[in-house]
Design a protein around this ligand. Structure first.
Ligand SMILES: [Zn+2]
Length: 318
């Protein structure tokens, strides 16, 4: 049973890892870790990593693990990032340059993306991979100093970039976004279909926090913009990183305000809105006419928190 107080088991918010931030400035220690055959390396190349096992034919039904390699097996150009340490092992990501041509996965492993495999990995592996993918996206998108435009170089064991011209230092960013399930007085859930989705795909509403906004202000604004409704009570339920490419999703349930205008899609981002009872969702999903978000997403957990139970993987959209 899901935890009924707050969202539990968020797929991409797992892994109680020691990030060893105090080691990031110790280049001697980091070089020694890279020379140590016991160090384990997460390879990330063009958004994918090596895993063993399977993401599962039924969504959420797989069991996979990272195929970690020794540094000596990771002879590719790229940025090295200190991810974590535990009692016996140092974990490093190698963010392989995108210009390197793809190569075949070693026997027994295959290349998978975080979105596909994230829910099927154990806690430690998901924690490592979310960090590695988030940093890979950030390094790839920020090759230059934002002050002077000179090419910057990775620093602090991959956790910052430094400009050689003006010595300014720059850090990875996450873009906060709110994601919201609205409930009405009959305890129905409001879900929307995005313009680019096929018929029957529904999810919670979401939007980025704009400059100068609190997360709560964003919820009120986005619900008015996307669905034309007013909400008046917000329950913050938890967050998870969503590094596609750089979001941090803040999850809420919100109550439809008394006297709110009726829900109507904005017609651009959202083309269909629908109030679901639990029975309507179950019937639609079992008939295959409704699909809800995959288990890797916080949207799925917001729906399950309202529904009151974990829902079958076969109800997920691809
Ligand atoms: Zn600069």
């Amino acid at each position: 049973m899901p935890d009924t107080r707050l969202l539990s088991a968020l797929a991409l918010a797992r892994g109680d890892l020691d990030r060893a931030a105090e080691r990031r400035d110790d280049t001697v220690w980091f070089d020694a870790a890279w020379a140590d055959a016991a160090t384990r390396v997460v390879l990330v190349h063009r958004g994918r990593t090596l895993v063993t096992g399977t993401a599962g034919e039924t969504e959420g039904g797989g069991a996979a693990s990272l195929a970690l390699v020794a540094p000596q097996e990771a002879a590719y150009d790229g940025v090295r990032v200190l991810l974590a340490v535990d009692d016996s092992t140092t974990y490093v990501a190698l963010l392989v340059d995108g210009s390197v041509e793809p190569w075949d996965a070693p026997d027994g492993s295959q290349w998978e993306g975080l979105r596909e495999v994230g829910a099927a990995l154990p806690d430690r592996d998901t924690g490592l991979l979310v960090m590695a993918v988030a940093l890979a996206n950030w390094h790839a998108a920020h090759p230059r100093c934002p002050r002077c435009g000179a090419p910057s170089v990775p620093s602090q064991a991959g956790w910052s970039r430094t400009c050689p011209e003006d010595s300014s230092q720059h850090f990875p960013r996450s873009d906060p976004a709110v994601i919201v399930l609205i409930r009405d007085d009959d305890d129905r859930a409001l879900l929307g279909r995005r313009a680019e989705w096929p018929d029957g795909f529904f999810s919670t509403l979401a939007g980025f926090v704009e400059a100068g906004e609190s997360a709560e202000m964003t919820v009120l604004r986005e619900m008015a913009e996307e669905a034309g409704v007013r909400v008046d009570r917000l329950d913050y339920l938890g967050s998870q990183p969503w590094p596609f490419p750089a979001s941090l999703m803040l999850g809420y349930h919100a109550r439809l305000a008394a006297g709110s205008p009726a829900a109507r899609p904005d017609g651009t981002e959202i083309t269909e809105l629908r109030w679901f009872t639990r029975e309507e969702m179950r019937a639609g999903c079992e008939a295959g006419t409704v699909r809800i978000p995959p288990r890797v997403s916080i949207a799925r957990r917001l729906v399950e928190h309202w529904y009151g139970a974990e829902l079958p993987g076969s109800w997920s959209r691809p």
